[in-house]
Design a protein around this ligand. Structure first.
Ligand code: SAM
Ligand code: SF4
Length: 467
């Protein structure tokens, strides 16, 4: 029997890349590859790249420079190391990677990675292989499902892609060019995937897509199902105790999603709803197609459906034309909404996007200064949100042993990491924890009762106020 070949995969960027990397591992398992954490003993290294922000491609080329040394060392030892570049930089740069980095054997875009086995074979016979077409076939139909061992090794929380691509064309964003147009997977396929995950210990599923609430997959009744209806169906699957979704667009918040937050207890009351800016002028220049008032209305609808709901968001500072007044409108929006956390980025022009043609008006110093002010405000909101959990009993889904011996770590409904001293058999359970303190971003507490006394308790996800 041939010894297994070793695959090292390095993934950058969003959750979708994490998911894609897992599916590459699953597909290459069928070719006799096993994963290795080290580049040094790998037979194949895949860089699963991200193109969303600054200098992404330059970072890939410098990583490829380091890998060339590893590849040469391997060759001196009589081993053959193959190098593949996947993800959005592969899509955007294509031939350029082959030209600039002769060490690369395979370049594969995000819609073609189901062809990795064939591309590796082609690289063997022809020297190099490139595929960056937006394939007409559904790659999900070709990807091998994860093996039970792989599911268990990845833990109790899993991502499932339900929607890909984006038709929104925000002027700053490369996603519509690197991931292609919006496509939703059929409901039955997603149900199958989630049932397989649940059968092998997964308790929490996050549905992912570049614009996940634009989901409109074909249902078993032949109708187009919105995300809310899909979430309600998935909540019926035995073993699944928590559902989440990411990333949403404010324009696609429909009634089905609001109703799901009202009616489906497994759907966590924590929504990532990027707004990017609080200024209508900048939102228009970004082609977001919503105003700050539209965004506030969407937030209000969620809050009406579920009072304990909390939000996170994405912000860009220093978009071309952003004045101090525009920036103050962003701070005002943040103050008004009150976030549990948020990501903020300095604008970076992405080649090929309409904003890259706009004149950059915000100096590097002003951008830095605005980012610091915005992050300061968001941090203070996040700290206040975390502090508010102290003294309360909070439901936690336990995930894995923590670094400190005897401690188990899990997450609240709001993804706050929470540590308790407890036996490892609580992993996979949702149990109430009395929160005693906050250490940086982690909550510390103790189980509200011994685990055996809690085992029969029905699952819920609310924060309960208690003495
Ligand atoms: N689809 C989501 C949405 O509509 O908000 C997010 C897509 S993107 C992967 C994640 C975040 O990266 C965006 O929300 C935005 O804040 C940030 N981003 C995208 N392009 C950027 C750019 N050119 N400069 C700075 N930040 C950017
Ligand atoms: Fe990019 Fe999101 Fe805008 Fe689509 S909606 S173009 S993914 S920022």
């Amino acid at each position: 029997m041939k010894p297994p070949r070793k695959l090292h995969i390095k993934s950058y960027g969003c959750q979708m890349n994490v998911y894609d990397a897992q599916r590459m591992v699953d597909t290459l398992a069928g070719e006799g590859f096993v994963e290795t954490a080290s580049v040094d003993d790998a037979d194949l290294v895949i860089l699963n790249t991200c193109h969303i922000r600054e200098k992404a491609s330059e970072k890939v080329y410098s990583e490829l420079g380091r890998l060339r040394v590893v590849k040469d060392d391997a060759a001196r030892q009589g081993r053959e190391l193959k190098i593949a570049v996947a993800g959005c930089v592969a899509q955007a740069e294509g031939e350029e990677i082959i030209r600039r980095a002769p060490t690369v054997d395979v370049v594969v875009g995000p819609q073609s990675y189901h062809h990795l086995p064939q591309l590796l074979a082609r690289a063997k016979s022809e020297g190099r292989a490139l595929e960056t077409e937006f394939s007409v076939e559904d790659k999900f139909g070709f990807l091998a499902p994860p093996k039970p061992d792989a599911i268990r090794a990845r833990g109790i929380s899993a991502f499932v892609t339900v929607q890909e691509g984006c038709d929104k064309f925000c002027t700053f964003c490369v996603v519509p060019y690197t991931r292609g147009t919006e496509v939703s997977r059929p409901v039955a396929k997603i149900v199958d995937d989630v049932m397989r995950l649940a059968d092998h210990g997964v308790r929490e599923v996050t549905l992912i897509g570049q614009n996940v609430n634009a989901y409109h997959g074909e249902g078993p009744d032949g109708q187009s199902w919105p995300l809310g209806k899909l979430l309600s169906r998935l909540a019926e699957i035995s073993g699944i105790v928590r559902l989440r979704y990411s990333t949403s667009h404010p324009l696609d918040v429909d009634d089905s999603l609001i109703e799901a937050h009202r009616d489906v207890p497994a759907l966590m009351p924590f929504v990532h709803l990027p707004v990017q800016s609080g200024s209508d002028r900048i939102l228009a220049a970004m082609n977001r197609k919503h105003t700050a008032a539209d965004y506030r209305k969407a937030i209000d609808r969620f809050r009406k459906a579920r009072q304990d709901i909390a939000f996170s968001s994405d912000f860009i500072v220093g978009f071309p034309g952003e004045t101090e007044e525009d920036f103050l409108a962003t701070l005002a929006l943040v103050t008004q909404i009150g976030y549990a956390g948020a990501y903020s980025f300095k604008y970076s022009p992405r080649p090929g996007t309409p904003a890259a043609e706009m004149r950059e008006t915000v100096s590097a110093e002003d951008m830095d200064e605005r980012l610091v002010r915005l992050q300061g405000l968001i941090d203070s909101q996040q700290s206040a949100f975390n502090m508010a959990a102290i003294g309360k009993s909070v439901d936690v889904l336990f995930e894995r042993p923590a670094r400190n011996p005897g401690q188990i770590v899990g997450r609240t409904a709001y993804l706050q990491p929470t540590h308790v001293m407890a036996p490892a058999d609580i992993i996979g359970q949702v149990l109430p924890v009395r929160i005693a303190s906050l250490e940086r971003y982690s909550l510390l507490g103790e189980l509200a009762a011994p685990p055996h006394a809690l085992a029969m308790r029905p699952v819920s996800s609310h924060i309960t106020h208690g003495a």
